[in-house]
Design a protein around this ligand. Sequence first.
Ligand SMILES: [Zn+2]
Length: 255
Amino acid sequence: MQVNCQGLVLKHVKTGGDSLLKIFTKELGKITVAVSLKEVSSTKKAKLPVKPFTVSNYNLYRGRSGYRYNSGDVVRSFFSIGEDFERFAYGSLALELVDAVLEEDQEEGRIYALLVEFLKWMENPKVDGATLVIAFEIKLLKLLGLRPITHVCTHCGKVPESSLFSVDDGGALCKDCYKNAKIKEGQFSSPPLIYSCKFDIMSTIDYFDKRPFKDFEKVKLRPAVSMNMMEIIENYLKIHLQIGELKSNKLLGDI
Ligand SMILES: [Zn+2]
């Protein structure tokens, strides 16, 4: 059966003869598609639909053993992301993260739209890549129903005057609850992933959640703050989504 859909490649896995593409489609969610790269014409244009950072219309064959690639037409290429090492690393992080959080064959139209919009803005040289990827991660967490709790203490529910951010608890932790919990052993992971507010983590999360990507032309986190935010989110993903070390994070460590 022939299937037409629009999507973008999240991951490319080389096997023996065929390659396997993880394609995130608008209509079908994440699917695995077998492709023989030898059969894909050697011209650069024909290869683009099987490369990352390109939205394409795909024609696939769906058989008993899964999807097979027939052809693809480029709708939009975000090629400039690949021309800048830092933007490439941030873009790869977003693709890897989406691949890690999505189940196969589940339509996720809102996450698809978020990813395409993110890649569009990642091409914009006025936008700071680190700030944009943090905004993407927070928006993604919200769509997954895992947005950190920022307005009330996750332990007692009171609105704290000032609070800490507890990765284990999924958000704000007031200073009283922190003191009480600290006494009881085993309440937190070891070492406890609790961050003090050297900068205002809560309002940064709120701001990034609400603002559209276009506002990030004018917003840039200080490098120390964005490094701290990325560390918090990385640990948050590990605890709440059981996501292990992402390759792109290592890549970013080299920048
Ligand atoms: Zn509390």
